[in-house]
Write a protein of this length. Structure first.
Length: 212
């Protein structure tokens, strides 16, 4: 399985000639190749994780592609056929096996309502938490996409999240809201956390890929 990082929080996973697209939002350039998509996962309803334009481009080439997300995504994207998923759900979308964790977006501020959010574990190997620190309990994560910058993120909390997951490899995502200098600082902190359990931190930029 090949994992490609795009701008901000968007990811493409490729296996056996098929793709899984995760969180194609409005801080992400139009994805370069959206043919042969097996499924789309949207972790929550915020626009930096999905947009109608991104979904429409995918659907033009994959008319029947299933789109998975929590109930909040189904409400926000009412014009699309969203299959609602919740923490604890598992499903197979050939050739991918998906398992969902979490349930809630990280708190931004007490004045802002907390919305639904799911993290997704793919093939028991790759994990992405969306906008949360939800740990996939019991999973031995081979590759972790760890948020590095956000209005809700304090780098110490992000480090604790990486320490709790203890992945074999990790890279930073959710990074378009911070400067290049800030991204470098955040990556360095996540690298330290990854290495505490003998893991390796990868500095992936948009368009970079890693194989599992």
């Amino acid at each position: 399985m090949r994992v490609t990082k795009h701008e901000h929080a968007a990811l493409t996973l490729e296996k056996n000639g098929r793709k899984l697209i995760v969180d194609p939002g409005n801080y992400t350039n139009p994805l370069p190749d959206v043919a042969d998509v097996a499924a789309v996962v949207i972790t929550h309803e915020h626009a930096d994780h999905w947009t109608p334009d991104q979904l429409d481009r995918i659907l033009r080439l994959n008319a029947e592609v299933p789109i998975y997300g929590p109930e909040g995504v189904a409400r926000a994207a009412a014009g699309y056929r969203i299959t609602v998923v919740s923490p604890g759900d598992t499903l197979d979308v050939d050739p991918f096996h998906l398992e969902f964790f979490g349930g809630h977006h990280a708190v931004i501020h007490e004045s802002i309502p907390v919305i639904e959010n799911v993290g997704v574990l793919v093939d028991d190997a790759f994990y992405y938490p969306g906008d949360s620190y939800a740990v996939p309990k019991g999973a031995k994560v081979e590759l972790l996409a760890a948020p590095v910058g956000a209005p809700w993120l304090k780098i110490g909390d992000a480090m604790d999240f990486v320490l709790a997951v203890a992945p074999r490899r990790a890279f930073g995502t959710h990074d378009m809201t911070i400067s290049q200098i800030g991204r470098g600082i955040g990556r360095a902190r996540l690298q330290w956390a990854t290495e505490q359990h003998g893991g390796e931190f990868l500095e992936l930029d948009p368009g970079d890929s890693v194989d599992l």
